[in-house]
Design a protein around this ligand. Structure first.
Ligand code: ZN
Length: 79
């Protein structure tokens, strides 16, 4: 009887740890999501951001992408 009780207590402790871990993971994911507002939000918010190639200033795009000449990722340019 005593052994059974101890065993079930250990199981519930593991269950609680598992639930706490899941909640902590969810909170961490939510924190990362909110502390790091993606590029899409800043683009739609400003609407005026232009992207240009660091090597080819003549290459300008109104959306993020790659330079057609060298393949580098276009960098946002606020002008
Ligand atoms: Zn380029």
């Amino acid at each position: 009887m005593k052994l059974n009780k101890t065993k079930s207590r250990g199981l519930s402790v593991i269950l609680i740890i598992a639930i706490v871990l899941v909640i902590a993971l969810a909170a961490f994911a939510a924190y990362r999501h909110f502390s790091n507002p993606g590029q899409t939000t800043s683009i739609s918010a400003s609407g005026q951001t232009l992207y240009s190639c660091p090597m080819h200033p003549e290459v300008v795009s109104d959306k993020p992408g790659k330079c057609p000449k060298c393949g580098m990722i276009l960098e946002p340019k606020n002008t």
